[in-house]
Ligand binder design. Structure first.
Ligand code: AMP
Length: 272
């Protein structure tokens, strides 16, 4: 496995093979590695990028505490069969007074886009740059960040970017908690409260399976369960393309939640 730090060094590899790409912000856990594993299976070569992208952090405090266990990450990539790890410096990725890319109002103005102004613009900016550097055949993205997946898929379509987006299933721990680098920031007490997100989603799914179609009934039940968190940022039920629905549409619905536990902001979702 090779570690690459510059664009020149990446281009000099002159890769002429099917290439899977897994962009990450590091602090790798087994969900990241499930994306990597899929890429390794489906491509001749796999690139993982590790870059804690400053432009997608609307809260500078959040950026400061984001975990950065780089040596550990590199070892995990090696063990997982990654061929190249791309770890650029901020100065490599960004210039002054850049051309910017903007998230579409509809998809970008709701949920994460509404709670974290500028977040998706920063995500699109870095992903577009990374795609232009890595030039992968396939881009592996997790369903954990469902709205991010939708926004990036839209950019790929709108900008005619020649890459297949591969959505990868959301991975949970045995206790139901969606794996996230931010879970490392939770105290033992907070970790118990963090379980309320998945509990609310599982409870919603059970209601749906019992035939409940009324979105308000499902949301009210979730809000009740989530009242044990520090702050509910949103509970939303939408069609899987993020359009508004009047009542539950079986097999075409996504239920999403964002909540704070202590200082840590967590998101989760479930498809029903
Ligand atoms: P991040 O390092 O948080 O930017 O995540 C890198 C990639 O891993 C993104 O495509 C995420 O959606 C994906 N990912 C993170 N956590 C999970 C999870 N629990 N299940 C599935 N994909 C995930």
């Amino acid at each position: 496995m090779k570690i690459i730090n510059t664009i020149e060094a990446f281009r000099a590899l002159n890769i002429n093979a099917s290439l899977g790409f897994v962009p990450t912000m590091g602090a790798l856990h087994s969900a990241h590695l499930s994306l990597v594993q899929r890429s390794v299976e489906e491509n001749e070569l796999t690139v993982v990028s590790i870059f804690v992208n400053p432009t997608q952090f609307n809260d500078p405090g959040d950026l400061d505490v984001y975990p950065k266990p780089l040596d550990d990450d590199i070892q995990k990539c090696k063990n997982a069969g990654v061929d190249y790890v791309f770890i650029p410096e901020i100065e490599t990725m960004y210039f002054d007074d850049e051309v910017l890319i903007e998230t579409p109002e509809g998809l970008g103005g709701i949920l994460e886009g509404a709670c974290r102004p500028g977040h998706f613009n920063g995500v699109l900016r870095v992903v577009l740059k990374l795609l232009n550097i890595v030039k992968p055949s396939k881009l592996y993205l997790g369903q954990k960040d469902a709205q991010q997946l939708a926004v990036i898929t839209k950019m790929v379509k709108d900008f005619f970017i020649d890459v297949d987006v591969v959505p990868c299933e959301l991975i949970r721990g045995d206790d139901g908690l969606a794996l996230s680098s931010r879970n490392a920031l939770l105290s033992a007490d907070e970790r118990v409260k963090a379980l309320l997100l998945s509990k609310a989603l599982f409870s919603a799914k059970r209601l749906v399976e019992a035939g409940e179609e009324n979105l308000d009934v499902i949301k009210d039940n979730m809000v009740r369960i989530l009242s044990g968190t520090s702050k509910i940022e949103y509970v939303e039920i939408l069609a899987r393309d993020f359009s508004v629905i009047e009542k539950l549409e079986t097999d075409n619905t996504i239920i999403l939640v964002a909540a704070r536990v202590g200082k840590t902001r967590l998101i989760d979702n479930i498809l029903v």
